[in-house]
Design a binder for this molecule. Structure first.
Ligand SMILES: NC(=O)c1ccc[n+]([C@@H]2O[C@H](COP(=O)([O-])OP(=O)(O)OC[C@H]3O[C@@H](n4cnc5c(N)ncnc54)[C@H](O)[C@@H]3O)[C@@H](O)[C@H]2O)c1
Ligand SMILES: O=C(O)C(=O)C[C@@H](O)[C@H](O)[C@H](O)COP(=O)(O)O
Ligand SMILES: [Zn+2]
Length: 366
């Protein structure tokens, strides 16, 4: 078992990582139940794991009620937020209760946001069931829904009280979803740890085929990296947490272009976005082309998109930059960009010329 503390003063919590944890989760959740029924929110595809969690709660003497939502990015919507809030109110959830988010990043982001506003804020627990959610979205307290203007535009910082990660639940996750989550693993190496990127090059294929040692090492490393950065800059005001957005300014624009649909998953968009961020950095003379090529080659080698063509994007540079203007990093009309001086040397550049970004995108193969 690995326990990673997320140090945020009064909002501190633990991330517990252990194979088989779901079936033993009752003992860790019982103290948060206060002897009351716990609401579990999940999606249709996670039903087998819902059964395991409910059995674990029952064994620990905790009653539970499940709310099962449709799967997919479209669930991060106003409509689903309203419906979920009403269901939680009908169940009588109080401020002191803890709602359990059992699922991927979609469930975690939606439930976390609902809990941030329910009765002006109730507790919640993250039980992530995708690789992406285990290595990234369940930790750090960013919660949100999408709107017609773009990705995650209505949301809140709301930290969970506990995160329970059982890597074994990934055994049922489709390969494409595992790959998409892996993009966010690679991100930690590209941000500030070239040795971890080299580890990914050597161990990524094993991780993706479900070798437990590789999977668990990647989860523990990623959670520790994210906890460290979030602990330094919880609300993304000091320039540090913005590094976790590597590939996301491009990536969110690609997701918008493809309609937030299954055509391009978030992790796939982030993979293409990181390749573009490195490609753009090289085009600006910030690093040798060989570093950008190495990043693209690794993503390609594991079946992730390495640019616009592989991501199936149709919009031109101007249209993609228009999507970027909704980025939450916008500051007094300028868009801070995550660029790199090499692998593991990501930094925030506040002077990027968006015309140059559009021209770079137009020059990419389609
Ligand atoms: N809050 C954050 O810090 C943060 C970080 C990264 C991504 N995100 C958000 O997370 C979302 C993407 O999350 P995701 O990639 O987990 O997608 P997801 O939640 O849509 O899950 C992917 C698919 O896997 C299914 N699924 C989940 N667990 C399963 C399991 N164990 N077995 C079989 N199927 C399973 C789901 O039903 C869904 O169809 C995006 O909306 C993204 O913006 C948030
Ligand atoms: O936790 C963070 O901070 C991140 O940026 C993690 C990202 O992987 C995640 O996709 C996040 O939701 C993007 O944040 P946003 O502020 O650009 O919506
Ligand atoms: Zn992301």
């Amino acid at each position: 078992m690995t326990i990673v503390p997320v140090a945020l003063g009064a909002r501190s919590y633990d991330v517990v990582i252990e194979a088989g944890l779901l079936a033993r989760a009752g003992d860790r959740l019982a103290p948060l139940s206060r002897g009351r029924t716990m609401a579990i929110v999940t999606d249709e595809n996670v039903r087998p794991h819902l059964a395991t969690l409910q059995a674990a709660l029952t064994a620990a003497g905790v009653a539970s009620e499940a709310i099962v939502l449709p799967p997919g990015e479209a669930t991060k919507s106003w409509a689903q937020l309203e419906a979920l809030s009403d269901r939680l109110l009908d169940l009588g959830v109080e401020r002191g209760d803890h709602v359990i988010a059992l699922g991927g990043g979609v469930i975690g982001d939606l439930v976390g946001f609902a809990c941030s506003i329910l009765k002006r804020g109730c507790g919640f627990v993250q039980v992530p069931t995708t690789l992406l959610a285990q290595v990234d979205s369940s930790v750090g307290g960013k919660t949100a829904i999408n709107t017609r203007a773009g990705k995650n535009l209505i949301g809140a910082f709301h930290q969970p009280a506990l995160v329970l990660i059982d890597p074994q639940v990934l055994d049922t996750l489709p390969d494409r979803q595992v790959r998409a989550g892996y993009a966010e693993v690679v991100k930690y190496g590209l941000i500030d740890d070239p040795a971890f990127f080299a580890w990914c090059e050597a161990n990524g294929p094993a991780l993706l085929t479900g070798v437990p040692e590789a999977r668990e090492a990647a989860i523990a490393y990623s959670v520790a990296a994210k906890a460290r950065i979030v602990g330094e800059d919880e609300r993304e005001t000091k320039g540090r947490r913005a590094l976790l957005n590597l590939g996301h300014t491009f990536g969110h624009a690609l997701e918008a272009d493809t309609g937030f649909s299954d055509k391009l998953l978030h992790g796939e968009a982030v993979a293409a976005g990181m390749a573009l961020a490195f490609g753009f950095s090289a085009s600006q003379g910030l690093m040798p082309e060989s570093d950008a090529d190495r990043v693209a080659a690794h993503l390609r080698s594991v079946g992730l998109p390495d640019g616009l063509a592989a991501a199936g994007v149709s919009g031109d540079g101007k249209a993609l930059v228009a999507h970027m203007l909704h980025d939450k990093k916008m500051d007094a009309g300028t868009l801070p960009f995550l660029l790199a001086r090499g692998i593991g040397e990501t930094f925030v550049d506040k002077q990027v010329d968006l015309g140059a970004v559009a021209a770079f995108l137009d020059a990419q193969p389609r």
